[in-house]
Ligand binder design. Structure first.
Ligand code: FAD
Length: 632
């Protein structure tokens, strides 16, 4: 029998990005023994890569900003499919979460009068992103880690052991959640370096595992992002919501091929960068959709005036929500007006002095210099869409982040959770999301453990089966090659479930995913358990596959175009579809089951934050009649 290291905690947090660290801090502050698990090195999560900033309506740069404006922008960005309660909590609590980071030791960039500075970003009406140059995520992670160390020092002073209440397990992958009936009882996984198994028994588990981008070849996501948390949730009986909505960020690098997909931050456009096609035309003016026409400039002159006088001019169309800009770039390239490498040009060199560029966008300057040998103070960048963020995710109860479905004791926060961003996330709303809901997850997981009269127990047979599943690829050294399988999966998702979708292709994708499922069941890994990336990938594949199936199924079902889901055969938004969430679960035989559920109705005082003329673009006639009735 395999040796298994056993631990007992009150709360286990899977993921050490912003959501996981913020959740762990809160659980520890509530006095819970808390473990943090991270698949990669501690500190290396997507959160650390976040560049632009964290959106919070502090009103420091434009005093007209407040939570209601932020709420409206978030709902508009998500095309009104957002879980309104999450969007409300997020808009209300984000400023406090940012302030709190400064009490932990963060230092954001400042305005002239010493307040936290805020920058413009797509879809945000006022400058709203608290930032540290273009390295905001680094400051966020650094601060949260520092807070964890300081709590560990307090624990040391009291108990003589730094790890007594808060312990980090890095380079450790969780492969299974273990249940006692319908209650979470623990998490099982392995140390990546030694291949040894670890079992953490705990009545509450918080998923904070981030995204799914690695199912696509062109992606800004790094190797860890294989939808593990999404799949763990499904297998434990939780549900996923709206998995058809993936964000293709408009600006990833396109050249050279080895770096294709790496992110070019939206701050480049927020700070004045413009998009041009190969004919030199600033094409975004041709792509302003009707629903946004009132807020966006229709001439270059007005757009340029906006940077200095935002109160009397409308914003440049380069700052439309990401889905709009990504589709526009895709259309330009398709129409033959792209660059040779298949991108368009993003230019700051003719818009700002070189020293401003290197001061405001230092990471971008270095990224292009080092990776592409392009000096962005002198030449434009070549950019194109890249798979960046998943709006869909674990369906949660908004206030507590508790996972819906049949499982108890499971919570989810950050990118792995769904609902908050509707069909499209605004830039900057992820860093604030993970602080707001990370804190809530920690708090509610702690309260849940207090409410239990009996601790759930892990069964020996469940542990044995987790061991067998984990070892299976190693018993099949001649099995299917995991790297080939990942490439084949990426080809299916990129070619058939990409930025523009069609019924025939989606049906084809589902067929191919079924074939891949049979092959993944035969995946093999050569070598032993000590640091063996082939084995690790073999285990990640089943997660990628199940999550991709949810995406493809939901994409086929939703016969409209909205946010991060574009159907060529149904190019319009359909108000009837706004009433519907698509919810994935696993049935008894492990097959993906898709169900339509009604979108919760927004409370009256929130609906009244919008003008009737705007609502009529999104809502059904029946809903508008109801709105007229409340307005009296
Ligand atoms: P992550 O930070 O992604 O962390 C996930 C954690 O889970 C990691 O520690 C990982 O190792 C761990 N994990 C995963 N699977 C397992 C497993 N099976 N077992 C154990 N651990 C596991 N958003 C903004 O709001 N503003 C920005 O400016 C911005 N810029 C971005 C730039 C880039 C290049 C990228 C990729 C994203 C950017 N985003 C930005 C998005 C944002 O960074 C992410 O959505 C956010 O950081 C996700 O945070 P998280 O805490 O949910 O997960």
């Amino acid at each position: 029998t395999a040796r298994i290291e056993r631990h007992h905690y009150d709360v286990v947090v899977i993921g050490a990005g912003g959501a996981g660290l913020r959740a762990a801090i809160e659980a520890r502050l509530a006095g819970k023994r808390t473990a943090i698990i991270s698949k990669s090195l501690f500190g290396k999560a997507h959160t650390v890569m976040a560049e632009g900033g964290a959106a919070a309506a502090m009103g420091n740069v434009n005093s007209r900003d407040n939570w209601m404006v932020h709420f409206r922008d978030t709902m508009r960005g998500g095309k009104f499919l957002n879980n309104f309660r999450m969007a409300e909590l997020h808009a209300k609590e984000a400023p406090e979460r940012i302030w709190e980071l400064e009490t932990y030791g963060a230092l954001f960039d400042r305005t002239k009068d010493g307040k936290i500075s805020q920058r413009n970003f797509g879809g945000h009406e006022y400058p709203r992103l608290a930032h540290v140059g273009d390295r905001t995520g680094l400051e966020l992670i650094r601060t949260l880690q520092q807070k964890i160390v300081s709590l560990q020092q307090e624990d040391f002073a009291e108990t003589g052991n730094y790890d007594s209440r808060l312990r980090v397990f890095s380079e450790t992958t969780i492969t299974e959640l273990l249940l006692d009936g319908n209650r979470v009882a623990g998490a099982f996984g392995y140390y990546r370096e030694s291949g040894e198994f670890i079992l953490l028994e705990a009545p509450a588990v918080i998923l904070a595992t981030g995204g799914v981008g690695r199912s696509y070849k062109v992606t800004s996501n790094s190797w860890e992002y294989t939808g593990d948390g999404h799949a763990l949730a499904l297998r434990a009986g939780a549900t996923l919501i709206n998995m058809e909505f993936l964000q293709f960020h408009p600006t990833g690098m396109v050249w050279p091929p080895s770096v294709k997909g790496i992110l070019v931050t939206e701050s480049v456009r927020g700070d004045g960068g413009v998009l041009r096609n190969s004919e030199g035309k600033r094409f975004m003016f041709d792509y302003v959709p009707d629903v946004f026409r009132k807020q966006y400039a229709d001439t270059e002159e007005e757009a340029d005036r906006w940077y200095n006088d935002p109160d009397n001019n409308r914003r440049p169309p380069e700052l439309l929500p990401r889905d709009e800009v990504a589709r526009a770039i895709n259309s330009e390239v398709k129409a033959g007006r792209g660059t040779k490498a298949g991108g368009v040009l993003l230019d700051v060199s003719t818009r700002m002095p070189a020293e401003t560029i290197t001061k405001r966008l230092p990471s971008m300057y270095h990224q292009f210099k080092e990776l592409a040998d392009v000096d962005i103070t002198k030449e434009p960048m070549e950019v194109g869409p890249t798979c960046h963020y998943v709006m869909g995710g674990v369906e949660v109860e908004p206030d507590s982040t508790a996972a819906m479905g049949t499982v108890e004791g499971l919570f989810a926060a950050g990118e792995v959770s769904g609902g908050m961003h509707g069909s499209n996330r605004l830039g900057g709303n992820s860093l604030s999301d993970l602080l707001v809901f990370g804190k809530r997850a920690g708090e509610h997981a702690a309260a849940y453990t207090d409410s239990l009269t009996k601790r759930p127990k892990v069964t020996t047979s469940d542990v044995e089966s987790a061991v067998l599943t984990a070892l299976a690829p190693l018993e099949r050294p001649g099995g299917e090659n995991p790297y080939t399988l990942q490439q084949d999966l990426q080809a299916v998702m990129g070619d058939l479930v990409g930025i523009i979708r069609r019924e025939g292709e989606l049906t084809d994708a589902l067929k191919r995913l079924q074939q891949l499922k049979l092959r993944v069941a035969q995946v093999g890994a050569v070598g032993g358990r000590r640091y063996n990336p082939g084995w690790h990938l073999a285990l990640d594949l089943r997660n990628m596959l199940i999550v991709s199936e949810c995406t493809a199924k939901a994409a086929l079902e939703r016969e409209e175009s909205r946010g991060g889901h574009t159907r060529e055969d149904f190019p319009q938004m359909n108000p009837q579809w706004r009433l519907i969430n698509l919810v994935c679960s696993l049935d008894g035989s492990g097959d993906v089951h898709l169900e339509r559920k009604p979108v919760p109705r927004m409370r009256d005082e929130l609906i009244q934050l919008f003008e009737r003329s705007e609502l009529s673009k999104y809502l059904t006639e029946g809903e508008i009649t109801q709105f007229d009735a409340i307005e009296g």
